[in-house]
Design a protein around this ligand. Structure first.
Ligand code: GAL
Length: 556
């Protein structure tokens, strides 16, 4: 039986496990009506078992779930009183996104959220991370609350709760209100700290009675570097006037600075309004692994690079100041934290580290460069290239997951929640649906990354709180439009109903974690297990970069 063979409307998908055995899943279109009939009425929000499950092989109960973000899935960009965002403007500007694609409709989550919740239920998923669209709640970014927007998120939260799915809310996942951008340029102005804290306060007041798991800002290191450094994401600011109509040197650093202060200000309000909740910023962090582990110079270079990138945002959050490596490289360009700001950061620390991890690299010492400008590569000293995903910045390097969890634990001594981990599989844009559904590449990525995280917990004592796969659904992948599919559920963009299909990865994740949805089990187990330990993380690849994004992302 080959992966992707079709029987009627179904794809029979044999998925290989790390131990060599095979599980066979049946993949088909998600049918909301049939699902509703099978699921029946839930136990009711009050009667749900704890959303912290105990995954196979772990010591502790975890939050296990999938994640999305408002602009990437909601669509309905002019409905329900929603104001305009910087991503509306950016994606409507010719030349900024793949084939000029935008999030006007996205995957229509705004209208289809009930079906998508039922879909999660069929997989037994008990946790869902999503973001609020700031402009649905405050169309101008500040001022009058839009009751239609509030009603949408109330319905979403209440439907999730009734389905025994715990909401985990991100306040800001890159869709900044255009009205505020026009007023003062967003994250590069001190007014954003006040406005973000006021928006956060509104959200905590509106939803904090039911939602206890919150995130402030999604990956400042991504939106600051890509939006205000290279200019390849909204609002598209950079110093190169042939590509960006606005932007000055150092804005990316200012953006991180004000993001840290906005985060701490929101945490301060949160402690008052949701005293029984938890909150963190999410950070995109990769691992710099020494190219030559026997070379002291490479080991030191990798450590410097790791502190420079991994500590970029977390150092200020935990120490109230920039890390030494950042100070050495940027000098006067770094906005200084005043004593009051330092106190704000230290007095309003987050509850855990929310890690978003996709890719890593090898770092080595280059004697011709200043010591802090470390070179990196995706090829090992043995000449083995890391496998490249469909996204040019993403190289598969699973063993670095364990290294990274250990590095974070040693540096910050905090527990860690993995809030994003996932991959785009090569060729998914062009391949026929039947082949894309049986996504062994994505399954293998999850298997190896999760297995390395499990080793970090079991052998190294890392405190892991949970794991969210990115993403529940294929969606609008920012400047790459719909050309990259990170979903564990496939979207048929050519169908009028934006039909959802199970991919092998959604079924595998559900089955691997022992979830108990009506679609959690394989149809058959093969007995061809070869036994032995999990496969080591190596493989090849390594085409050159998609210039700006690659450069910025490889720094993570
Ligand atoms: C993350 C981001 C997500 C998604 C993912 C894959 O950095 O938070 O929105 O785009 O990368 O590129």
């Amino acid at each position: 039986m080959s992966c992707g063979s079709i029987f009627a409307q179904e794809v029979i998908c044999p998925v290989k496990e790390l131990d060599g055995s095979t599980k066979v899943f049946t993949l088909d279109r998600f049918d909301p009506k049939a699902a509703a009939a099978q699921l029946g009425p839930g136990p009711g929000a009050g009667a749900c078992p704890s959303p912290q499950q105990v995954p196979a092989g772990s010591k502790a109960p975890f939050f296990l779930g999938t994640a999305t973000a408002s602009y990437q899935v909601e669509g309905a960009f002019k409905e329900g009183g929603r104001g305009e965002s910087i991503w509306d403007v950016f994606s409507h500007t010719p030349g900024k996104t793949f084939e000029g694609q935008d999030g006007d409709v996205a995957v229509d989550f705004y209208h289809r959220y009930k079906d998508d919740i039922a879909l999660m239920q069929t997989l037994g998923l008990r946790n869902f991370r999503f973001s609020l669209s700031w402009m649905r709640i405050l169309p101008n970014g500040t001022g009058t609350v839009n009751q239609e927007g509030v009603a949408f998120y109330n319905k979403l939260i209440d439907t999730l709760k009734a389905a025994c799915i715990e909401p985990h809310i991100t306040l800001y996942h890159w869709d900044f209100p255009q009205a505020l951008y026009e007023r003062y340029g967003s994250w590069i102005d001190p007014r954003v700290v006040v406005d973000f804290a006021a928006y956060a306060e509104t959200a905590f007041e509106l939803f904090g009675d039911r939602v206890k798991n919150w995130f402030t800002l999604n990956e400042p290191e991504s939106y600051c570097l890509l939006g205000y450094g290279s200019g390849v994401h909204a609002p598209g600011r950079c110093t190169d006037r042939s590509r960006c109509s606005a932007g000055e040197a150092g804005e990316d650093l200012k953006c991180i600075y004000y993001s840290a202060l906005a985060h701490a200000s929101a945490v301060k309000v949160f402690r008052q309004l949701v005293p029984d909740g938890v909150i963190a910023m999410t950070n995109a962090i990769g691992m710099s692994v020494p190219y030559n582990a026997s070379s002291q110079e490479d080991v030191a270079a990798a450590q410097r690079n790791q502190a420079f990138n991994g500590g970029f945002v977390l150092d200020p959050l935990y120490t109230g100041d920039w890390g030494a490596e950042r100070k050495q490289v940027h000098g006067q360009q770094l906005p200084a934290f005043t004593p009051e700001q330092k106190a704000l950061l230290l007095e309003n620390q987050q509850d855990f580290i929310a890690l978003q991890h996709y890719t890593s690299n090898y770092a080595y010492y280059n004697k011709d460069k200043p010591p802090l400008l470390v070179d990196t590569t995706t090829k090992s000293i043995d000449g083995v290239q890391l496998v490249q995903a469909d996204s040019p910045w993403l190289y598969v390097f699973p063993s670095a997951m364990r290294d990274l969890l250990n590095w974070l634990t040693q540096r910050y001594n905090q527990s860690i929640l993995i809030t994003e981990n996932g991959v785009s599989a090569p060729g998914e844009y062009d391949k026929p649906r039947a082949e894309v559904l049986c996504d062994q590449f994505r399954v293998s990525y999850f298997q190896q990354y999760i297995s390395n995280a499990t080793v970090a917990v079991q052998q190294d004592g890392v405190q892991l709180l949970g794991y969210f796969a990115w993403s529940l659904l294929d969606n609008f992948e920012w400047a790459d439009g719909y050309s990259k599919r990170f979903g564990t559920i496939y979207i048929d963009y050519n169908s009028t109903g934006l039909d959802r299909y199970y991919k092998g990865s959604s079924m595998w994740l559900s089955n691997h974690f022992g979830l108990t949805g009506i679609r959690s089990g394989p149809v058959a187990n093969s007995t061809s297990s070869t036994g032995g330990p999990p496969a080591a993380a190596k493989p090849p690849a390594g085409a050159p970069a998609e210039a700006d994004k690659q450069q910025a992302r490889s720094e993570l």
